[in-house]
Write a protein that binds this ligand. Structure first.
Ligand code: ADP
Ligand code: ADP
Length: 243
């Protein structure tokens, strides 16, 4: 059973020569022949240096850009045959997303930020708030429902981001460098918090990071990207013993 599947994904950005990586072999795509599967309930980490193609793959998987070639299935749905409207619907209902910069709405309270995806879905105020309160509690922010984002520490702001990404009970959870903006101690605390939540929720997860230690610490399996390709794929144990 798969949470997601990528088959020989190639992505070339535009026709502009500056859009793609140029190396001694000439012009190469931002992503090329990228294949992997994300199993149901696993933490699948995409790891690689800056420019290796991680965001390109993530943007393809979340339907923000279209691959030049290849197949993508996310939560049983073939993205290649999905309409624009289908993709918007999937982003609202099936996918949960957490961003490096938290991407909170600065003038909304913690509770309203967390409730926001349900507002977009047209849920009643009572239903939104009940669910949002539950999520705020889940991430340990009870008592801070009425705070504004700037009144919270970075770690707390990302707890709000995490709570918001889970209010719609997504089938697949995408986290894009979620802890990279945080201080090392807070980062470690948030990694523990993330594992605690996953233990509870058992989501299918795509987690993007450039941090090898973070990948090793969190992943069930890791895909290492370099130059737009997946150069290695395996469990942390496999990657440590067979580097
Ligand atoms: P990563 O997320 O690992 O840092 P990216 O997927 O952002 O890597 O980038 C892979 C390659 O694609 C890089 O060479 C980058 O410059 C290029 N690239 C990324 N986004 C765009 C874009 N919107 N237009 C053109 N080139 C892009
Ligand atoms: P950190 O040291 O983790 O960055 P802060 O020093 O920013 O945390 O905040 C410590 C505590 O004070 C947090 O619980 C936060 O919610 C609260 N806090 C921070 N700024 C404000 C503020 N402007 N108004 C009310 N509470 C605040």
């Amino acid at each position: 059973l798969y949470g997601a599947k990528a088959g020989e994904i190639v992505k070339k950005y535009g026709q502009n020569i500056n859009d793609d990586i140029i190396n001694k072999n000439g012009l190469i795509p931002a992503a090329r022949d990228v294949s992997f599967d994300v199993r149901k309930g696993e933490i699948f980490v995409i790891m690689g240096l800056s420019g290796s193609g991680k965001s390109t793959i993530l943007r393809c998987m979340t339907g923000l850009i279209e691959p030049t070639m290849g197949q993508l299935t996310v939560s049983g749905k073939d993205l290649g045959t999905a309409s624009r409207q289908d993709l918007i619907g999937m982003r609202r209902k099936v996918m949960g997303m957490v961003f490096q910069d938290f991407a909170l709405l600065p003038h909304l309270t913690v509770l309203d930020n967390v409730a926001f995806p349900l507002k977009v879905q047209g849920k009643s105020r009572a239903e939104r708030h009940a669910k949002a309160r539950e999520m705020v509690e889940l991430v340990g922010l009870e008592g801070r429902e009425a705070y504004l984002p700037h009144e919270l520490s970075g770690g707390q702001q990302q707890r709000v981001g995490i709570a918001r990404s889970l209010t719609t009970e997504p089938e697949i959870w995408f986290l894009d460098e979620p802890f990279s903006a945080l201080d090392p101690l807070i980062r470690a605390e948030m990694q523990d918090e993330f594992l605690r939540l996953q233990n509870l929720l058992q989501k299918s997860i795509v987690f993007v990071t450039h941090d090898f230690d973070e990948a090793i610490g969190l992943a069930d399996r890791i895909a290492i990207m370099a130059g737009g390709r997946v150069v290695q794929i395996g469990t942390p144990e496999e990657l440590i013993t067979n580097p």
